[in-house]
Ligand binder design. Structure first.
Ligand code: FE
Length: 361
């Protein structure tokens, strides 16, 4: 895996999809998306457009897509929602205006593939620029940024600046760890990576040890882990790299939570730091396919990689692209080498083990 990867995203509690679509100025299924030709009209491609369905907040991706439009003249129409985009594209079928789905986490990328809404992207450019660990072997998805799942540690109460994932089950942490639900996709992928390294039996033991060390029932999100450390409820916890940066840089109300904690980049014994991604899928029925591939290739350009990584506080995928200084301040990342495809294969087993050990109970 490239040592130089990682990601960020903005999922929020769900709202009624229709309300979201309306708010985004976008029509509901069955009516044409802005810029989408009605039946019988020439393909929207002739008008230089591409339609992106995204879980990222529209205002956050706007600067990125504006740069693409400025460079290529191709207009980007975005439809932003908090959930259900795969199902929507599947339901729209051959008449879906969606060209590209922009989503996060290998779990959600896999869901999109399993829903049958993707087609292989055939691009030599992409295969040259995106490391093999960060794309589907069949070209069904490509990562565009990456994030690491790391430890937030109390600056006051934790002295060590190195840790392994295995070490989180050490009894010395008894009653000192905070974590969100073991079934959340971020933990699910980490636990699946643990299985890839150690097998299911050892992972079960580790999960029991980790659970025994929890200060409280798994709850909240990664930001709340920092909040609870700041409040003294626990001393360490797991969070993604971008949340710490977002709290520290963009959220005055939560800056103190970040400031109470230090980010430690954990590694697997004999491995590296667990990574996950944000990525893109080319939809099966993309009406503006050529423009879509052009957009996806552009997203891997140095310019786009920098904009996207800075917007989201993620690691760029493209080797050599400058890492945002806040993210770089965590230290040198040694990314784990277990591929996301392998991790995806163990996701179900990880979810089963979480239930078996009563991790969330
Ligand atoms: Fe997140």
């Amino acid at each position: 895996m490239s040592p130089h990867v990682s990601a960020r995203r903005f999922l929020r509690p769900s709202l009624v999809l229709a309300a979201l679509l309306a708010a985004a100025g976008l029509p509901l299924a069955g009516s044409p998306v802005a810029g989408q030709p009605a039946a019988g009209e020439p393909a929207a491609q002739a008008r230089g457009e591409v339609n992106v369905y995204t879980y990222r907040e529209a205002k956050l991706v706007e600067p990125l897509f504006s740069a693409f439009t400025a460079e290529t003249g191709i207009k980007v129409n975005t439809l932003s929602a908090n959930r259900g985009l795969e199902q929507r594209i599947a339901a729209e079928g051959a008449s879906s205006p969606a060209d590209v789905l922009l989503t996060v986490d290998i779990g959600r990328l896999k869901d999109a593939i399993d829903a049958g809404i993707a087609q292989p992207i055939r691009s030599k450019t992409l295969d040259e620029v995106v490391p093999a660990a960060f794309r589907d072997p069949d070209g069904l998805w490509y990562a565009i940024s990456a994030r690491a799942r790391v430890v937030y540690a109390s600056k006051e109460r934790v002295e060590q600046d190195e840790i392994t994932y295995e070490g989180l089950a050490d009894p010395k942490w008894k009653g000192r760890i905070c974590i969100r639900s073991g079934q959340h996709i971020y933990n699910n992928a980490l636990f699946a990576a643990f299985i890839a390294h150690h097998g299911e039996a050892k992972t079960e033991e580790w999960l029991k040890g980790l659970k025994a060390n929890l200060a409280q029932k798994p709850s909240g999100g990664d930001r709340e882990v920092a909040r609870d450390i700041a409040a003294g409820k626990c001393d360490i916890g797991l969070g993604n790299t971008y949340y710490w940066a977002l709290m520290h840089e963009r959220d005055p109300a939560k800056k103190a939570w970040a400031e109470a904690t230090e980010v430690i980049l954990p590694t697997f014994e004999g491995g590296g730091t667990h990574m996950n991604v944000s990525g893109v899928v080319l939809t099966k029925h993309a009406p503006n396919q050529a423009n879509a591939v052009r957009l996806i290739e552009w997203l891997m350009s140095d310019t786009a990689q920098r904009i996207y990584a800075d917007i989201n506080y993620e690691y760029p995928i493209r080797t050599g692209t400058t890492i945002n200084p806040v993210i770089a301040s965590y230290g040198e990342l040694r990314a784990d080498t277990v591929s996301l495809v392998t991790i995806a294969e163990h996701k179900k087993a990880a979810a089963t083990l979480v239930d078996k050990v009563g991790f969330d109970d």
